[in-house]
Design a protein around this ligand. Structure first.
Ligand SMILES: [Zn+2]
Length: 284
């Protein structure tokens, strides 16, 4: 999930899932999370499928927004399948709200998100992606589809995979979507000052770490994670392909990483970020 750009502040958003109450507790600790409400299932019953593309469902009054999604969805799903090396297991469900009150039924308003994955791996888009932030609709859609894709294989936003990998991958395959509120220079500048995320020597699922664990913003966290995952792929795409396929097949994260790259993620991330060049940051 994702995203938001508020007049006063901007923050990246994200998802939640199937066991809504349990997930709400776990994912509220993640950068890319959102809260699902107990009535998410019944709320979706008020949505109807779009004639042009049944994968897109819309709330009453949101048909035009849904039609816009339908224009981009075939290419968007193809992009995710190509970059994550596998087809979706089932057609992704994309839901479009007509107004903020609709979106608030699925995502707690205080998160100020613009998209989320909620009940039963349903992706929900906020109306601001069609009004105030139309240029972000496609990149955010791609970012969220990445989460849905991995979620179909591993369970949504599985805690067995570190947040930095979830977000780095989603931002990468979305060509920066979700990590678009800062730029590479911002991320590099922060890293050069020692402000960056780190991978644990051993990933502990019940100790999920998001940006505040390292005293950095969510935007910087996602951008640094994206740059690192991009470097992983560029340095050895064969290994990256192997890693993703093994994760999709249920492999334990550190084991899959070690088999693919012959090192552990903690060492690899540290080496990459320490070698990041200093940069003149400054996004608008
Ligand atoms: Zn995300």
């Amino acid at each position: 999930m994702i995203v938001s750009a508020h007049p006063r502040f901007r923050s990246i958003a994200l998802r939640s899932t199937r066991s809504v109450r349990l997930v709400s507790v776990i994912l509220s600790l993640c950068g890319c999370t959102s809260l699902g409400y107990h009535d998410a299932g019944p709320a979706f019953e008020t949505f109807q499928p779009l004639t042009e593309d049944m994968r897109v469902r819309y709330a009453p009054g949101a048909q035009r927004y849904a039609q816009r999604v339908a224009v981009f969805l075939p290419a968007a799903t193809a992009q995710i399948e190509a970059l994550q090396y596998r087809a979706f297991r089932t057609p992704p469900a994309v839901n479009v709200c007509n107004d903020q009150a609709c979106f608030d039924r699925f995502v707690a308003p205080e998160w100020n998100y613009t998209a989320a994955v909620v009940y039963d791996n349903h992706l929900v888009l906020a109306p601001r992606l069609f009004t105030r932030e139309p240029e972000r609709m496609l990149p955010i859609l791609l970012h969220e589809l990445s989460h849905v894709h991995m979620g179909q294989y591993r369970g949504h936003y599985t805690v067995t995979i570190p947040v930095w990998f979830h977000e780095g991958l989603a931002s990468l395959v979305a060509a920066g979507g979700g990590a678009d509120l800062v730029n590479d220079a911002d991320a590099q500048h922060a890293a050069s000052e020692g402000r960056h995320f780190a991978a644990d020597e051993q990933h502990v699922p019940w100790q999920r770490k998001r940006a505040d664990a390292w005293g950095i913003t969510t935007s910087i966290f996602y951008r640094q994670a994206m740059l690192y995952v991009a470097w992983l792929r560029a340095s050895n795409e064969h290994a990256f392909h192997r890693l993703l396929r093994q994760l999709q097949d249920g492999a334990e994260f550190e084991a899959a990483f070690a088999q693919a790259y012959q090192t552990n993620p903690a060492h690899s991330v540290r080496a990459y970020l320490n070698a990041m060049p200093a940069a003149q940051g400054g996004s608008p």
